[in-house]
Design a protein around this ligand. Structure first.
Ligand SMILES: Cc1cc2nc3c(=O)[nH]c(=O)nc-3n(C[C@H](O)[C@H](O)[C@H](O)COP(=O)(O)O)c2cc1C
Length: 323
């Protein structure tokens, strides 16, 4: 399958693994890239630019295919050393960066001067247009279904993707709720040139997370995610658990008076213990509604092969036979 995205990134299949905190290490990125997709190392999971440089070097040992690094621009007072991380990316010879969060405008010159292709992940048509106007090469359009931060507009992909197609000139991939060949074909039908997946890639053999995390995704249905932190305008879709129930109770009780301090125990610094130790009720962790479509833990290669085969079958047989 050849699309503007496979051409842009020099990959075989139009499937991207989005950056994921404490999941997107070299092992997963390399496995996805070796399977013909685009794997992504999560920049900020690495404590320092030097650590990111090591992770990039490790990924290079595991694959000779293209891979990306995710840079998430957080709304924090003490900003991470973004110029340092970008330097590690440039020196590591990485040619694709997935940006997310705030606009990457300030860092575009540094990225573009190094010949890096930038795909910005955003949750609205207006942010996609902004990304296009500042020189991003592509966007990842992240619908309300997505695991992680869906923004505050609550527009599902069935509307958001065709709206993006109406307005954008640069290519875009569908993100949020994508799991299989059906997702890929429908995303293409709505105007996308490929798909970005987060939650689906956590439930794979190579994802370097505790088995409990993978089993929790397989066990979950589409009814099991919750939105938290809406009163802080930092909405996050997470898998329900005891800690998330506590957050939801506090949000109900405090309403607009909720502050970050009220939920700090459930959200701050919990990722390493959840993802690596498998302490599943410790805190809130991002997970998409798509968990309802995830029933197994295949290798990345089997997953991607299956997706492409199913997509081709749908296009050649199911859809063709309806004409
Ligand atoms: C556990 C987890 C952690 C994530 N961490 C990040 C992150 O650090 N930066 C980022 O840009 N996106 C992050 N995401 C979002 C994913 O890259 C992707 O956009 C999203 O998962 C797509 O929705 P899906 O889960 O329905 O496939 C995370 C998602 C998950 C599930």
């Amino acid at each position: 399958m050849k699309t503007r995205i496979t051409e842009l990134f020099g990959i075989e299949h139009p499937i991207i693994q989005g950056g994921m905190h404490w999941v997107g290490f070299a092992e997963l990125a390399a496995a996805v890239s070796n399977a013909g997709g685009l794997g992504t190392i999560t920049g900020l999971t690495q404590k320092s630019p030097a650590d990111l440089a090591n992770e990039i070097a490790k990924c290079r040992e595991l694959t000779n295919k293209p891979f990306a690094v995710n840079l998430t621009f957080l709304p924090t007072v003490n900003a991470p050393d973004y110029p340092g991380y970008i330097d590690a990316i440039v020196k590591g010879g990485v040619k694709i960066v997935e940006t997310a969060g705030r606009s990457p405008q300030e860092y575009m010159p540094a990225l573009k001067d190094a010949g890096i292709k930038v795909i910005h992940k955003c949750t609205s048509v207006r942010h996609s247009l902004k990304a296009q106007s500042i020189g991003c090469d592509a966007v990842s359009v992240d619908g309300f279904e997505c695991g992680g931060h869906p923004g505050e507009d609550d527009i599902p992909n069935m509307i958001l993707l065709p709206r993006a197609a109406e307005e954008l000139e640069i290519p875009f991939v569908a993100s949020g709720g994508m799991a299989d060949g059906r997702s890929l074909v429908s995303a293409m039908a709505l105007g996308a040139e490929g798909m970005n997946m987060g939650t689906r890639f956590i439930a794979t053999k190579e994802a370097p997370v505790h088995e409990n995390v993978k089993q929790a995704i397989v066990a979950a249905s589409e009814l099991d995610t919750r939105l938290v932190m809406r009163p802080l305008r930092n909405t996050e879709r997470v898998l329900n658990n005891a800690a998330v129930e506590r957050i939801v109770e506090k949000e109900k009780a405090l309403g607009d008076k909720l502050t970050f301090a009220d939920i700090i125990d459930e959200v701050a610094g919990v990722y390493p213990r959840i993802m690596q130790n498998g302490e599943m009720d410790l805190g809130a962790w991002s997970c998409g509604m798509v968990a309802g479509l995830i029933h197994d833990i295949p290798s990345c290669e089997d997953l991607i092969e299956r997706i492409m085969k199913q997509a081709e079958g749908i296009i050649r047989e199911r859809l063709q036979s309806m004409l």
